[in-house]
Design a protein around this ligand. Sequence first.
Ligand SMILES: [Zn+2]
Length: 334
Amino acid sequence: MPRLAKANIKKVSVRCAVCNADDYDIVAKVREFEYDNTTTDDFQFVVCRRCHLFYLNPRPDVSELGTIYPPEYHVYIPPASTASSFLKKIRAFPDFIRMQIEKQRVQKGPLSLVSGIPNAKILDIGCADGRQLLMMKHINPNLELYGVELDDKSAHAARQEGLDVRSGTLEHSNLPNEYFHLAYCANIIEHVDNPGGFLKKIHSLLLPRGYVVLLTPRVGGLDYLLFRKRYWGAYHVPRHWNLWNDENFTRFAHDCGFEVVKISSVLVPTHWIWSLHHWCSEHRFPSWFVDGITMHNFFWLGLFTCLEIILSKVYQTSEMHIVLQKPLHPGSKH
Ligand SMILES: [Zn+2]
């Protein structure tokens, strides 16, 4: 029997995760646009009047995580490139392109930070089925790699590949303190209920002068400006709970004990694809057309990747690539 969307799920009202204020304006009335088997409830994104953090408020209670993350949630599905038939391989081409972009991103980003350290210890937080870790291993087989993944099935799949991946949350992972040279955390922090506690936990796991590289949406970019009132793909309702900009993320990182090394932009065609999908879904487009606007569609992925390449030359994109460093001594810069 198909899983049905729930109405009136349990929700909690929250304060700003950066400055703890309870002083906000509503910026967007939003709903679930991606899955028809999670919740039919309406939500709102608000902006903190003090620090401009965007956050979902009220948001689902953590007891509803099983409701808002359906079994077919996209990160749980292995990339189609492992498929066998020729037709499947053609369909897998967009995934192949995305993996190539990802490979470059990993090589120029996190791996370049530890290139001078033999056997650098790296932790991938929210590693899914370990695809990033396998990519890192392929690039440099001498790395000592670890992962943490909430979804047990994905963590199991990663272990099947010979990776050291713990199931569960970072907080309950029993990883050693002051052990890692680098933590990598791609598109996770916007999902967690206590981002401050989460970033402080990463801080405790890192060696002094260790790095954390994060990817998270930026409240900014042309797609944000066009779709911010309801359809912006980065809202990812109701699974994204906090969205930062460069300024309030810098403050947030300092409060958690980190120095900001760099915040830059990365290409993010998926925000455009989802924004268009959500807009079309409420503007009388046939469902076959709307259903085709996905990140697995070569046409849309190609089109918006080209657009992002052009836009990124002149403007920030709506995805931040953040490098933070744990100081050698608390409160010091070195
Ligand atoms: Zn605030």
